[in-house]
Design a protein around this ligand. Structure first.
Ligand code: ES4
Ligand code: ZN
Length: 324
């Protein structure tokens, strides 16, 4: 089954570029940039990837990105992920970046954006992997801060396909961001939203009704609301599920309790993604393997999950056909 999963053409639609920082690169950048990290070794850093909930992970995620400073650093971070993804037969990626986690430490918006987009272009040519970029607002910050971030993105409108919403979910519902998402839609951005990871099914409904989200990130708690599940199927709203992330952040205790199989059986458009791979113990193939083992998924079910990833992407039918 390992070989079968490895051979499947896949799209990865739920991946935070800041969350792809491997400890080895973190130490290299720490030395190069003279920014200390609170760990003695790569092993000690990896051992700290032990989380009790989303917030305990986010605290380390925001602290760790402090070593990434220059355009070249953003390029190298992005290129390292794209090489890994291409090696796993990922043909297309839609990558989140969190500009506020950089502008808040006085790194210009365009430093992050230019480094990331340079790597996306290089990987298209050198690795044959295509990519889109999604600007994600940090939901623990104010809507005003999100509006400022959207304004910074306007000159780069053509390089960013969509806007999203991530970070601490509980207490920061989609309704907090109605105005900024309305403006983003007016500017022509597509819309996705993290919802129903730690937050209740009502946040998924808000993301659909108030933000007009076209795709839901995680959404695993939708199974608590039968009417919502019916709607998600009816409207064919894709859900980008990240199985290892959900286990590491204690959304589910064990993989056999994860809602992915029930979601798939219900007819929801679910895909498998890696979220923040070094932190959660695996890239996309490791995520596929973990769910295959937990649910004894058949080859047909694995093919369905991989096909769903292309169906859920912001690609034209013609672009999809070329990639599969
Ligand atoms: C995230 Cl797993 C997860 N959830 C919400 N926001 C995030 N940012 C990076 N990873
Ligand atoms: Zn995420």
């Amino acid at each position: 089954m390992d070989d079968f999963i490895a051979g499947l053409p896949k799209a990865e639609l739920h991946l935070h570029i800041e969350g792809t920082l491997e400890p080895e690169l973190a130490f290299q950048l720490s030395e190069k940039n003279g920014i200390a990290i609170p760990f003695q070794s790569v092993d000690e850093m990896r051992a700290a990837y032990n989380f009790k909930d989303l917030q305990s992970f986010l605290d380390l995620y925001y602290a760790s990105i402090s070593v990434v400073l220059t355009e070249e650093d953003f390029h190298d971070l992005t290129m390292a992920y794209l090489k890994k993804a291409a090696s796993q037969n990922v043909r297309h990626t839609e990558i989140f970046f969190d500009p506020q986690s950089h502008t808040d430490r006085n790194i210009p918006f365009e430093t992050a954006l230019n480094g990331i987009t340079a790597a996306l272009k290089q990987a298209q040519t050198e690795l044959g992997i295509s990519s889109h970029l999604i600007l994600s607002f940090l939901r623990h910050l104010s809507e005003e801060s999100a509006i400022q971030t959207l304004q910074q993105a306007i000159p780069f409108r053509e390089q960013i396909i969509a806007v999203g919403l991530d970070s601490s979910e509980l207490g920061h519902p989609p309704s907090k961001f109605v105005n900024v998402f309305a403006e983003a839609r007016r500017q022509g951005f597509r819309v996705v939203c993290h919802a129903g990871e730690e937050g209740p099914p009502e946040y998924i409904t808000e993301a659909l009704d108030l933000l007009q989200a076209e795709r839901i990130d995680h959404g695993v708690r939708c199974m608590e609301d039968a009417a919502l599940v019916e709607r998600l199927i009816e409207e064919q709203i894709p859900l980008t599920v990240c199985p290892l992330s959900n286990i590491r952040l204690c959304v589910f205790e064990t993989m056999t309790e994860h809602s992915l199989k029930r979601m798939l059986d219900a007819g929801l458009v679910v895909s498998v993604n890696s979220d923040d791979p070094p932190y959660f113990g695996g890239y996309v193939n490791e995520n596929f393997l973990a769910v295959q083992e937990a649910f004894d998924l058949s080859r047909d079910q694995l093919v369905k999950l991989a096909r769903n990833s292309f169906e859920s992407a912001f690609l034209t039918e013609e672009e999809k056909q070329k990639l599969i």
